[in-house]
Design a protein around this ligand. Structure first.
Ligand code: GLN
Length: 586
């Protein structure tokens, strides 16, 4: 089987949309009936993303087979509607680790093992293995970072070597940025020209440039780039800012990018109109009614900027669910530490239709999270707790409902009298031996659902499989008091009898999950629990509107009543604007 490889590299800036470009190209080729897979290369020394601070790195995306990878893998999964496994992810650390291991095993047969060619050769072997594993017609490979960096040079060298070995099987796409400086008011091509020169210096000539910018690149600038970068003008593909990343494949389709790729590979054009995807994008563009969700976490700020990267899959999953209900999600990132400094601030939570606490680690901001859970529980605000967010819900319930004083997670207070969340047995050993990398309970595990519960009804299944990333769990010794006081354990792991899902009846929606459902949500297939959470949040909007209208309309006419109702619904939406965030999508 002949595999074809498309390397995607970045120029000028990081964060301009390499991941989205890879995902979009992959989707376009898949839509034409080809088998496609995508690989992410991260050029750092870390063996995986699991040991990095989320503020620095962004989200750690967990694969079904338990690898702690980069958020771009999440994008590939969401666009391709498929599972991508560990074989499709590599870092410099991982590649060097294999080379050194092989050298120790005498696999190089006494040769002097050198950075070049042995390191690029190892990268090539991994790329080919992933191609074979997926039986892929096309493999799209994203090389992290930007050209000109010291870090990714060995991977560019691997790409060059592959092109040399089989020129017909390899193409290069440069995703570059074209600034429009306010003081000049014109789109500038010079940084991209330099990026192409740098790439040429590594022996690579791009086949396509994806021209990322705030605006459409015009014919004059295409001509300029064509001359200076030694390319046909039609191979410079416009990529202006769009409202949603899910529109990007449609934009590329309009510019016939996939047909041009096929033509360069000497393959015939094929139909593919992205029918289902187009329908989904139309929905996204047309939704008007808003549902306001607060995400309470701590990994938001870097200097003066707010970054939501650490929670990217959670955010996408909320969007998918809201669009499913034909609502527009308005998301607000709230820093849990603020509720520790000033508990009066909790009142502000009333304005949200739903509150979500995602995964997390460590002490900072934890008491603020517990206060938020208590507020959501007492004030009937839909609450969805994921991993740490679930553990905090258990701690809150134990303290305030079961009367278990000082109940806590052993992660915060290892000597607490009431460790309602305690360390998993095998994890205690890992921690004692300082084995931190890749040792959490990772990847997919089964969860058996209880009938007639929120979770049981949402999934419409008895057993589901969800992805995990944690060291602590609900302490089974406390299940009795928790259940006697009204907490429902609606999901458990059948093999080890671990608590996987908790919920509170008599609440509009109060669900906590030990796993990460966000990793499985797709725009074309929203996750059932997110769907239910957003549904409950929408109900709250309607209820709020209704109670306002009752209050105001003692003796009003029918017309006035209806007007009042519409006004109330609108103002409950208008009180908040989504904060501008910088979202890294590459
Ligand atoms: N810190 C918690 C644990 O390790 C929760 C982890 C998470 O939220 N991903 O169990």
């Amino acid at each position: 089987m002949k595999h074809r490889y498309i390397f995607v590299v970045g120029g000028v800036l990081s964060g301009v949309g390499k991941g989205t470009s890879v995902s979009s190209i992959a989707l376009l080729l898949k839509d034409k009936g080809y088998k496609v897979t995508a690989i992410k290369i991260d050029p750092y020394i870390n063996v995986d993303a699991g040991t990095m601070n989320p503020v620095e790195h962004g989200e750690v995306f967990v694969t079904v087979d338990g690898d702690e990878t980069d958020q771009d893998i999440g994008n590939y999964e969401r666009f391709l509607n498929t599972e991508i496994t560990s074989i499709n992810y590599m870092t410099t650390g991982r590649v060097y680790q294999s080379v050194i291991e092989r050298e120790r095993n005498l696999e190089y047969k006494g040769k002097c093992v050198s950075v070049v060619p042995h390191v690029p050769q190892e990268a090539i072997a991994r790329i080919k293995k992933a191609a074979e594993h997926a039986e892929a017609d096309f493999v799209i490979i994203e090389i992290g970072g930007t050209v000109g960096e010291y870090e990714n040079i060995l991977f560019l060298e691997a790409a060059r070597m592959m092109k040399l070995a089989d020129p017909e099987a390899v193409q290069f796409v440069l995703v570059s940025y074209l600034p429009v400086p306010a003081s000049i008011g014109e789109m500038k091509t010079k940084p991209t020209q330099h990026a192409v020169r740098l790439l040429n210096g590594t022996g690579i000539q791009p086949d396509f440039i994806i021209a990322r910018s705030a605006y459409m690149i015009d014919a004059a600038r295409k001509r300029k780039l064509s001359v200076h970068c030694n390319m046909a003008p039609e191979d410079i593909i416009p990529a202006p800012n769009l409202d949603s990343i899910y529109e990007v494949p449609l934009k590329f389709l309009q510019d016939k990018l996939s047909d041009k790729i096929l033509a360069k590979f000497g393959l015939k054009r094929k139909n593919g109109k992205l029918k289902e995807w187009r329908k989904m994008v139309r929905t996204i563009k047309n939704v008007k009614r808003e549902v306001k969700i607060a995400v309470v976490g701590k990994y938001f700020s870097t200097g003066n900027f707010v970054l939501s990267d650490a929670y990217i899959s959670v955010i996408e999953a909320i969007k998918h669910a809201a669009w499913y209900h034909k609502y527009k999600p308005t998301l607000e990132w709230l820093n849990s530490e603020e509720y520790e400094e000033d508990p009066r601030k909790l009142k502000e939570l009333d304005q949200y239709d739903g509150i979500l606490i995602p995964g997390g680690f460590g002490t900072r901001g934890v008491e603020g999270k517990i206060a938020v859970v208590e507020y959501a529980r007492e004030n009937s605000i839909p609450y969805f707790g994921i991993c740490y967010g679930m553990q905090m819900a258990v701690v809150e319930f134990a303290r305030n409902i079961c009367g278990l004083e000082n109940a806590n997670t052993a992660e915060i207070n290892p000597s607490t009298e009431n460790p309602v969340i305690h360390v998993m047995e095998e994890q205690a050993a890992n921690l004692a031996e300082k084995k931190y990398g890749g040792t959490m309970r990772l990847g997919s595990y089964n969860c058996k659902l209880k009938k007639d519960t929120v979770a049981g009804e949402a999934y419409e299944k008895r057993v589901v499989s969800e992805r995990h990333r944690h060291r602590y769990e609900v302490n089974n010794n406390y299940r009795k008091p928790l259940e006697e006081n009204g907490m429902v354990i609606s999901g458990t792991n059948p093999e080890r009898d671990l608590v996987e899902i908790i919920e509170l009846p008599n609440h509009p929606f109060f669900v906590g999950v030990q796993f990460h459902p966000e990793f499985q949500s797709k725009p074309l297939k929203p996750h059932p629990l997110f769907r239910q959470f957003v549904k409950a949040s929408i109900k709250r909007i309607k209820k709020k509107a209704q109670s306002r209208f009752k209050f105001n309309t003692k003796r009003a006419s029918k017309k006035e009543v209806l007007e009042e109702f519409a006004k109330a619904a609108e103002s409950s939406n208008a009180s908040l604007k989504e904060k501008k965030v910088t979202q890294r999508s590459s």
